[in-house]
Design a protein around this ligand. Sequence first.
Ligand SMILES: NC(=O)c1ccc[n+]([C@@H]2O[C@H](COP(=O)([O-])OP(=O)(O)OC[C@H]3O[C@@H](n4cnc5c(N)ncnc54)[C@H](OP(=O)(O)O)[C@@H]3O)[C@@H](O)[C@H]2O)c1
Length: 344
Amino acid sequence: MGDFKDAIIKRQMFFSEWDFLPSYLAIYVLSIFELFYNLINNIFGLSKKDKVENLIQEIKNDISDEKQNRKTVVITGGTSGIGKETVISLAKANYIIYIGDKIEEEKINEIQFNLRKESRNEDIYLEYIDLSRIDSINSFVEKVKKNNEKIDILICNAGIMNIPYQIDEKGFEMQTSVNYFGHYKLIHLFIENLKTSKGKIIIVSSVVHYQVKEIDVEAFKSREKYRKLGNYALSKICLMMLMKDLDEKYSSSGVQVYSVHPGVVCTSLYQYDFLSNFFVTNFPIALKTPKDGSLTSIYLALEKSENLKSGKYYFECDAIPYNPLIDNKDVRNKLMEYTKSLNL
Ligand SMILES: NC(=O)c1ccc[n+]([C@@H]2O[C@H](COP(=O)([O-])OP(=O)(O)OC[C@H]3O[C@@H](n4cnc5c(N)ncnc54)[C@H](OP(=O)(O)O)[C@@H]3O)[C@@H](O)[C@H]2O)c1
């Protein structure tokens, strides 16, 4: 069965590199491979859904209601799509959850109320964050730390894809800014708390990171070099290089870092590309539901660290190969030095 799964992953990697395929076609090609992968998993073993459900029940029964015994999770983008389902499941496992999301002030109470009601957990706290603005990231982290110094799990889930060219206040292209720089800053503001709790960092990446052949830092700003899906893929491989860098620096302190491809999932991520959005919304055949797309993030959050591998890339709860460029130390160090020099 292992060989069969490897063969599917290799094909998936191969097609992910086809950056000439229009997004709406790539979605279906990739989701068909993912469907096969899941079928094999379900035929030969416990389905991922059941595995994760069992973990939720086990943890819920294990931990008492005392706040100090419960794990605290911080997650970005936890009010829609994959993030929302991740929040609901972790809340069902009795975790305390802080969500940072770009939500209008007047909607915060209502959304927080609904999440608490759906998960039957009062300890879900929703705060505003705009990951493209450093002041907003600082103020979110300050609020979380004021209430809770013990952070066990940080899930970098928020993301934007395929948007028309836009820049942030520092002149960086918006997908790079939100997906990569914003999470880079957030992780570094929480790193001491994560070291204290020997915590986990879970980075939601994407299979399209395979497309990237080089890290061109000029593409972080340039309008001429901007490609909607290309810059999204670039932001995701940068996150995975960050994962590797964090793993090297902090695994000796007990912090574990993982990245995830959630699958091709029917969410509002596709809203900026007319054709992709049209097909995803009207023909979600072979695509995953947000609940299925959240399973690997939930699994990594709940599973014992000793059963997981830090610095790895997970898909369907399995560690699978990533783009070999990530292991190129020269390229990675240059990116890390460049990012550090920005003094975000
Ligand atoms: N869906 C897929 O097929 C797929 C495939 C591979 C990887 N992923 C990754 O999975 C993650 C979750 O995406 P999803 O599919 O669940 O899409 P989604 O439903 O659009 O969720 C994205 C979340 O990010 C938030 N967000 C956007 N801009 C933000 C900002 N500037 N600051 C803070 N939060 C911001 C959104 O908030 P608003 O809704 O308020 O804007 C939303 O809650 C993303 O990292 C995505 O790249 C998804």
